[in-house]
Ligand binder design. Structure first.
Ligand SMILES: [Zn+2]
Length: 120
């Protein structure tokens, strides 16, 4: 499976996270062929801001098998300006708050590789 998401994670892992920006300035996450907001097909890879802020979060007590050893853990939606990312927060549930500043990187290995947020 190579649908562009792996490429996105590779870039994020090496510190070169990006999003796709259309000519109207809408942000979206790869893989995309057209802007989900306006249908523009002219998408440019644009550097992801270094930090985002937590918009909402959920404490997961019943994890997917890949994260069974790590429950409970926190997943969050973080606002990176033009785009929002969903990922696991590398912090205890007690210490996570809405508005916390985080940076995005990649955790896990192989099929369980996914976006993680590190508090700043
Ligand atoms: Zn657009």
């Amino acid at each position: 499976m190579n649908d562009g998401h792996d490429e996105f994670l590779d870039a994020l892992e090496s510190g070169d996270g990006y999003y796709l920006e259309c000519t109207d300035g809408h942000g979206s996450l790869p893989p995309r062929v057209v802007c989900p907001h306006c249908g523009d097909r002219d998408l440019t890879e644009t550097a992801l801001p270094d930090t985002g802020s937590i918009d909402s979060y959920t404490v997961v007590h019943v994890p997917t098998p890949a994260f069974a050893d790590e429950a409970p853990y926190v997943t969050a939606v973080a606002d990176f300006g033009p785009v929002r990312l969903t990922g696991r927060v590398l912090a205890d549930e007690e210490s996570v708050e809405i508005g916390d500043e985080v940076s995005a990187s990649v955790g896990g290995a192989d099929e369980s590789r996914s976006v993680v947020f590190e508090p700043r």
